[in-house]
Write a new protein. Sequence first.
Lengths: 263, 68
Amino acid sequence: MLEIAGRSFESRLILGTGGFRNLEVMAEAARESGAELATVAMRRVDPSARGSIVDVLEETGLEILPNTAGCFTARDAVTTAKLAREALGGDGVKLEVIGDDRTLLPDPAELLEAAELLVADGFTVLPYTSDDPVLARRLEDVGCAAVMPLGSPIGSGMGINNAYNLRLIIEAARVPVILDAGIGTASDAALAMETGCDAVLLASAISRAADPPAMARAMRKAVEAGVEARRAGRIPRRHYARASSPEEGLAELERAEPSAPAT
Amino acid sequence: MTMVTINGEPRELPESATVEMAVRELGAPDRGVAVAIDGEVVPRGDWASTRVRDGQQVEVLRAVQGGR
């Protein structure tokens, strides 16, 4: 059971809704993924747009978590979070403050400032952060309800680039750690859970896959497998082999050399 | 007449127009919409009583597909 700010979720997969061809494919993938929580972005109203993502997610039974994607300053992110609260009525926000166009890496200074302001305003803040253990701790200290370190840059599909830092974040965290960004395929999601993450957030890996609903199913299984493997306790790594069958009772199958005739 | 910018487009609204009228002018849906004027959020409850003034920038937002 995943618990964020007193709320419980059966599924440890959080679905980003970016990149899907259309809302129908998104809804089918959402069902296959088993996710109970989905992120949305806030953008200008387009009166000609057909269908409402809010309606589709509600029909599919997913809870909505707005993000501040596209914001480059604490000020913009705070205003966007407030607009999301007005439009959607919830206190939760997936906080993103980007510091670089090309890598979409977070801006640590703006992120921390925005987190502090939003927590003070009563928001449940889930910040997208770099894989820096010190920044993760600072975000937790200002009252964030979870920390969401990246595995690798958004949409890159590179998986987990710094497993050591991720382990340090997990070891120290007293709030849920949600791997956010970088997952490319099912094994990346399984690895995140095996490493000890409480959940993963992904979209591109599903929405841009050749068959999104099938990849959504794979991700659901990968997350479940990773959680079970973590609980089951993996064997330690060894440098050399360790035989798994007993050495005792091995048959003698080579003919012994005939002894030289006595003279 | 009041000249404002709504979602980046110049628009002409009647004198003493309200936020509510600006939202309607745009053809925005009733549900799931939020408004900021010059970067400040206008709570829904204040739409009918908040005037839009000449030169202001009105942003009308809603949720769309997004995230990862």
